[in-house]
Design a protein around this ligand. Sequence first.
Ligand SMILES: Cc1cc2nc3c(=O)[nH]c(=O)nc-3n(C[C@H](O)[C@H](O)[C@H](O)COP(=O)(O)OP(=O)(O)OC[C@H]3O[C@@H](n4cnc5c(N)ncnc54)[C@H](O)[C@@H]3O)c2cc1C
Length: 399
Amino acid sequence: MLCVTYYLSYSVYPPRCLSQMEFQMSQPAPARPTVVVIGGGYGGVHVAKALDDDARVVLVEPKDAFVHNVAALRALVDPAWLPRIYYPYDRLLARGRIIRDRAAKVDAGRVVLASGEELRPDYIVLATGSAYPFPAKHDVDSATAAHDKVRTAHAALSTAHRVLLLGAGPVGIELAGEIKAVWPDKHVTLLDVADDVLGERFRPDLKAELRRQLAGLGVELMLSSPLRDNPPVPPGELRPFTVVTQAGAEVTADIWFRCYGVSPVSDYLVGELAAARRPDGFVEVTPFLQVAGQDRVFAVGDVSTADHKMAGAANRQAQVIADNIRTLISGEGDLRPHEPAAPGIVVPIGPHGGSGQRPGVEDLVAAEVVAELKGRDMMVDRFAGLFDIIPPDPAAAGG
Ligand SMILES: Cc1cc2nc3c(=O)[nH]c(=O)nc-3n(C[C@H](O)[C@H](O)[C@H](O)COP(=O)(O)OP(=O)(O)OC[C@H]3O[C@@H](n4cnc5c(N)ncnc54)[C@H](O)[C@@H]3O)c2cc1C
């Protein structure tokens, strides 16, 4: 029991003792600090959701729906998947606010939106991710416009006989597998300047297994094959063309897609925060995921230097950032560092194929496990659940 004497000018009551609860109720509730999360991709939505009960969360995102781009390539070959990979933001947060706008200028403690609205939050989380060429990611903010773009590309792709994919990393391999799963007779060429598929971080036996499966599907692999010039036709358009490699080999195709080129989105940083932006656009962070030189500004996901550019890594970082912001709010305890995971990946080749590697596990991930983890449902149920949505069955959705 807490004994507090209180006087009211008009009170005739004598001083009395208050219970702890009465005391707390008599005090003005401390204002909850404001956290502005800029960007509602994989990293941003997880931070916003995790802090919804602890702070006044404001999520700034120009798109009208979250895009589950992990499944974007499936939607290109089968547009019946489109309604399954766009989730409206309205049921993401129980208490927080979503502002449909784009951050135009962000400095420590100040966010100016494209509309001109200005926010002065206690904490800022940069979660603007990365851009990637279509169809892996989209540059349109309306789900309807994005659906139209995918359907147009699908129509073009479905009539093409020969497809050229530039870039034999995870996206190129996955797209080759998706195309072959729907149209086994199309001729698919997967071309890269590197001398192997997938990229340097991964194990040679995984690369060999992926090459084996691609060859089994009849995908033509052209490695160590830089082109003299880019295709003379925009990507995703049905128009036959021929390109020539520097070694003189000719490749003729009816359509092509660019399957490389992650570029971080951080051009809105100004003032003190611009100093943390590296020349390549990634934002330097500390082990606690604070932006370098800042206590109350954090960065999560693809935009940050913290980790591999993966949705899973963004999710793990989001939990660390939410914990660290809670620690700063309460003033109790220590910040916890983020520990990047060792390289691990699953690469589907169509709904039933693919392979992968897991940290500390000698055996490659078997195709049936890849199908279980990603290839079959493309993790749709897991992400739709975050938005309190039951995704429609693709068979029922109709193309
Ligand atoms: C085809 C494909 C398949 C993939 N598969 C996997 C997989 O199986 N597993 C895996 O772990 N990872 C996978 N990835 C990687 C994963 O998609 C990325 O790592 C992930 O998108 C990163 O999330 P993010 O939140 O950092 O950024 P993003 O997802 O890029 O989200 C950033 C958000 O910020 C918004 N934004 C941008 N600028 C502004 C601004 N100025 N103001 C406000 N908002 C802004 C954007 O609209 C966007 O919604 C895949 C990627 C691709 C392309």
